[in-house]
Design a protein around this ligand. Sequence first.
Ligand code: AHR
Length: 501
Amino acid sequence: MYKLVINPENKKGHINPEIQGHFSEHLGRCIYEGIYVGEDSPIPNENGMRKDVVEALKEINIPVLRWPGGCFADEYHWKDGIGPKENRKKMINTHWGGVVEDNSFGTHEFMELCRQLGCKTYINGNVGSGTVQEMSEWVEYMTFDGVSPMAALREQNGHKEPWKVDYFGVGNENWGCGGNMTPEFYGNMYRRYQTYVRNYHPDAPIQKICCGANVDDYNWTDKVMSTCFAAPAFLHGFMEGLSLHYYTHPEGWEIKGSSTDFDEKVWYKTLSKTMYIEELIEHHAAIMDKYDKEHKVGIIVDEWGTWYTCEPGTNPGFLYQQNTMRDALVAGINLNIFNKHCDRVKMANIAQMVNVLQSVLLTEGDKMIKTPTYHVFNMYKYHQDAELLDSFIQTEKIGLEEQYMVPNLNESVSLGKDGRIHITIANLSPDKSYEIEGTINDTEIGIVEGTILTNEMHAHNTFENPNEVCTKEFKEYKISNGKLVFTIPACSVLHLAVSTQ
Ligand code: AHR
């Protein structure tokens, strides 16, 4: 019997809804086909956005959406994507498959998508190949409410009212595809570019996000923080977030590995590499602490998820992959870890929302399926805007290879806005169930509602069989001597919502 102990009196911090954020890039079939099909499409749409996709995303309360990239962002020139569609420039998407980008999805369309989703907006600006003027004018175009050339242009293009930009990323991966800069050089570029990301609405300021490290590039974090945030104090208004990118490549960057064809060794490798995010967050946070003792700057994990070899027969530049129970575990573990570090992790964006990498939705023509990852987000949505509670779960190490051992269980617990205690647990064993005895200190347990996602590790949804992996009600628990006793099945993610008396 494994013990789970929850201390409701010990609140550890607020879980920003943005921790369950998403990312959509002009890459493969994410934006085009996956989200935007155009007003004239036979696929049911509202102003060009797929109704099935929007409806599914609304169900998981997507809190924030990042756009237009990714690597695409540092080659994107926003003026190409405004005005009458027939006049918009056609260009090559050099990063992703060399296909024609017709710019039919631009700023207005993105804002319309976020309106339909009811989510916050996270725009990623172009530092790599764009000018300061271009970035500054984009911000003016989107947010200025008054007499100005960009506000007039916006009105001319059919939108008199300004939009709200919640987050603005000043470049993406500027250590790589965003210009191959050194941290010192980027740090100075950041200082300059962010100056012109003007806040036209002091009551609703844009949160500026500085490009952070790739994986364990701690030197980047150190140099960028010291250039952009260290004393003198006037630098402290320069950034609200520092990004971090970490993908789970089961077999390493070169080989990656299949999304559906893997053995138990690779299963453990994947989960162990996923758990590494915790060490990354802690180490980067420790460096940030040197400069930012008050935790003014949040870690923004704005790209995370699995990255496999793309599906056979698909364009390698489109990064299309299937999504199995293994991905459900990856999502469950990541989201639990982000919750546990909510004092520093203020946003995280899974890559990517539809048809690219670890998607929550896949589409084929007019069909759409929900992936196992989608179902995890649906179970975890109760953590959004909740208070993290102190919790501990007893674990043992499991695995097949010394360097890829993982704890059998991984959990996080919060007090939700609905007043209930939300417990999410991932069982990392592909073949063993575990009995758990949960104690909620000084609390009488009332009604419990359980939801479980479980199946064989390779199980996934297809267009022929869209509900092979889906959540079910979980009733296999009892309350005994004031404790919550249940058995978590092998290879599963569980959500228990506990009402207290
Ligand atoms: O998500 C795919 C790509 O991964 C993004 O464009 C880039 O930022 C990262 O390298």
